[in-house]
Ligand binder design. Structure first.
Ligand code: SF4
Length: 333
């Protein structure tokens, strides 16, 4: 395959908030503001940020559960916005989703076997024997005993239900899986098992992942590259190693400083972040992070910083740490 598996170009999503027909300035939720990234075959891109940063809206845009206000989503070079009927069905076959809460995303009246084989049944007719063989195969793949295919979701544990959700996503042999907070409802020990399962499946099947999470521990475990979002924009995009060893954007630095450390004797990197994420209805002018940033200058209050590629290949949107006039430069401090 030439080119990336998934390419997102200048994606924007605004949600109008009511307002009358004659209202000249209707309120708008600016959920996503010009986001671009790509994901290669077999790669995991993590999107991380606090609640309300727009990361879940990106998941919905990628799956075309909502249409973008502007921008494009290209799946293996095809713009998914132009797809209808069979084209859209085929696209959804190649791109599957795993949700945060497996219980509410699984039909409680269907057995595990029916849940797994339902998506395939939308594309081809399968006899009972073939359905059961497929269900058994997929259950084994996600580390579950085939015998549970006759059980209902309510008879399974949270970890088993999430494995079932993954088996269902795998049933159509997708090229890419969008996982939205896919382990955040699980206990820490079960989280690690599910993350390891996803990594094993990626090694075996070459699947790409867009893994959306607020949890830096999860992101550090599973990501090849990490995009940090703040109020609808990517503020830093780097390899996992570079991001965790040397965060450049002040928001990334603050997020890492606020995250629990695996080793409590380790020193913190910087002052933890203070204050709340501002409202996406009325975001601050200039750099949206400026009310919370200790490095903010006059320019930060006026101009939105561009996402600028640095010498080590990462991209950062910050007037101070990655000034756009020195696109290949080092942090200016
Ligand atoms: Fe802070 Fe300014 Fe950089 Fe924004 S652009 S993160 S306010 S220094």
């Amino acid at each position: 395959m030439n080119g990336p598996m998934l390419k997102v170009e200048k994606l924007v999503k605004h949600y109008p908030l009511g307002g009358g027909f004659f209202d000249r300035n209707p309120l708008v939720v600016r959920a996503v503001e010009g986001v671009s990234f790509s994901v290669d075959a077999g790669e995991t891109l993590c999107i991380v940020g606090e609640s309300g940063c727009g990361k879940s809206t990106i998941a919905r845009l990628l799956m075309r559960l909502v249409d973008p206000t502007e921008g494009r989503v290209l799946l293996q070079g095809t713009d998914i916005a132009g797809l209808k009927n069979d084209g859209l069905r085929n696209c959804r076959r190649r791109m599957q989703m795993v949700f945060q809460d497996p219980y509410s995303s699984l039909n409680p009246r269907l057995t595990a076997g029916q849940i797994i084989t339902e998506p395939v049944g939308n594309f081809e007719r399968l006899g009972r024997k073939k359905r059961e063989a497929l269900a058994a195969d997929l259950l084994r793949k996600v580390g579950l005993a085939p015998e549970i295919m006759h059980r209902l979701p309510s008879e399974l544990s949270g970890g088993q239900r999430q494995r079932l959700g993954i088996a269902r996503a795998l049933s159509l042999k997708p090229s890419i899986i969008i996982a939205d907070e896919a382990v955040s409802a699980l206990d820490v020990s079960v989280q690690a098992q599910i993350l390891n399962l996803l990594m094993d499946l990626q090694d075996e099947l070459g699947i790409s992942f867009v893994f959306i999470s607020h949890d830096l521990g999860v992101v550090e475990h599973i990501g090849h590259r990490v995009a940090v979002m703040y109020l609808g924009r990517i503020v830093e995009l780097a390899t996992r190693e570079a991001l965790f060893a040397n965060p450049v954007h002040p928001y990334t630095e603050a997020l890492l400083a606020a995250a629990p450390l695996p080793d409590p004797t380790q020193a913190r990197l910087a002052v933890p972040i203070e204050g709340e994420v501002p409202s996406p209805v009325n975001p601050p002018k200039g750099c949206a992070f400026h009310p919370r940033c200790s490095l903010a200058e006059e320019r930060c209050r006026i101009e939105v910083p561009a996402l600028t590629e640095m010498a080590d290949g990462r991209s950062v949107a910050c007037h101070v740490r990655a000034p756009a006039e020195y696109p290949a430069g080092q942090p200016s401090e």
